[in-house]
Write a protein that binds this ligand. Structure first.
Ligand code: R5P
Length: 309
């Protein structure tokens, strides 16, 4: 197999460009044409025999980006790629890892199967919504974490005793990871989701009194989860929320105004999904992904970059 190649989809070209810069590898030429009816037609060049890394987060527009990723993988396979790794920093549909009620699909499984069918031989994701992704996928999945990147940013914002608040039980382990890096306690909000954009926060459990607060989650989309947690904490006369941090910010337009109205010091996300100009703090994960790609290419272990379970 010849050398590594970065194939950059259109979803986050800035991130892909920074990865290429950090690695010093050649990127393959990749153009994604769009037909007037919305069909996509990617054209890749320079991947024959290569160890190719297709960088394509599947944030909004989620369905377009999923299809584009599938087509890119197929294009690489048909061009005679040596090995294709899908680098999907934000994996859309990961929230649909099981049926919450009868009649639903398991969207994460459908997308995972489609990636494999299209030619992915390995998958790299960052802080996926569910660790079940590994079991749902029939190829090796490297689940790396951006928590140390975000915690470094938070360390410059928080001072004094801090409580790391998970806005739902699903984020409790994540909060534990942040708390270990920030030397803080952990609290968890009991959340109930009524719909895609409506969330109720019932109670907050754990150690948070007389502490400054940081709320952490894997992702922010509508901002409803964060808003519910912030309002509940204010209602419980908790300390100030110095920051809200999430690995992924697949923000719907209404989320930006919603978050700006909240009494929180900073909103911190990574560039796993291309970020509009919001005034929020954006930490780059390009160095992390460059390190991951370099190690995979050289068959070196990733252990210290993987999610702590
Ligand atoms: C759900 O369990 C996730 O971890 C996030 O809490 C959720 O997806 C955030 O979405 P939103 O910002 O729309 O509430």
């Amino acid at each position: 197999m010849s050398g590594p190649r970065i194939v950059a989809g259109s979803a986050n070209q800035r991130l892909a460009g920074e990865i290429v810069e950090a690695l010093g590898y050649g990127s393959s030429s990749c153009v994604v044409e769009r037909f007037p009816d919305g069909e996509l037609r990617p054209v890749v060049d320079g991947v024959r025999g290569a160890d190719a890394f297709v960088v394509a987060p599947t944030g909004p527009e989620v369905n377009d980006h999923v299809v584009e990723l599938l087509l890119l993988l197929d294009a690489c396979r048909r061009a005679g790629v040596g090995r294709a790794t899908a680098v999907v920093p934000y994996f859309g549909y990961a929230r649909q890892d099981r049926r919450v009620r009868a009649g639903q699909a398991v969207g994460a499984r459908v997308v995972a199967d489609a990636l494999v069918a299209a030619g992915a031989q390995r998958l790299v994701v960052v802080d996926p919504h569910t660790p079940a992704l590994e079991a749902l996928c029939g190829i090796p999945v490297e689940m790396v974490t951006a928590v140390p990147v975000l915690a470094r940013e938070l360390a410059g914002i928080v001072a004094g005793p801090v409580a790391v608040v998970a806005p739902d039980f699903g984020a409790a382990k994540l909060a534990g990871h942040y708390a270990s890096l920030l030397d803080g306690s952990v609290a968890v909000v009991r959340k109930h989701r009524e719909s895609g954009s409506r969330v109720l926060a019932g109670d907050v459990l754990g150690e948070f009194a007389d502490r400054r607060l940081v709320i952490v989650d894997d992702m922010i989309s509508t901002g409803a989860t964060i808003e519910a947690a912030v309002r509940l904490l204010a209602d419980r006369a908790a300390g100030p929320v110095l920051a809200v941090a999430a690995t992924h910010g697949p923000l719907v337009p209404a989320a930006i105004g919603r978050l700006r109205c909240l009494p929180v010091g900073r909103v911190v996300v990574t560039d796993s999904v291309a970020q509009p100009d919001t005034g929020f703090v954006v930490c780059s994960i390009a160095p992390l992904l460059a390190d991951v790609i370099s190690r995979l290419h050289h068959d070196e272990p990733l252990d210290d970059l993987l999610i702590r379970t």
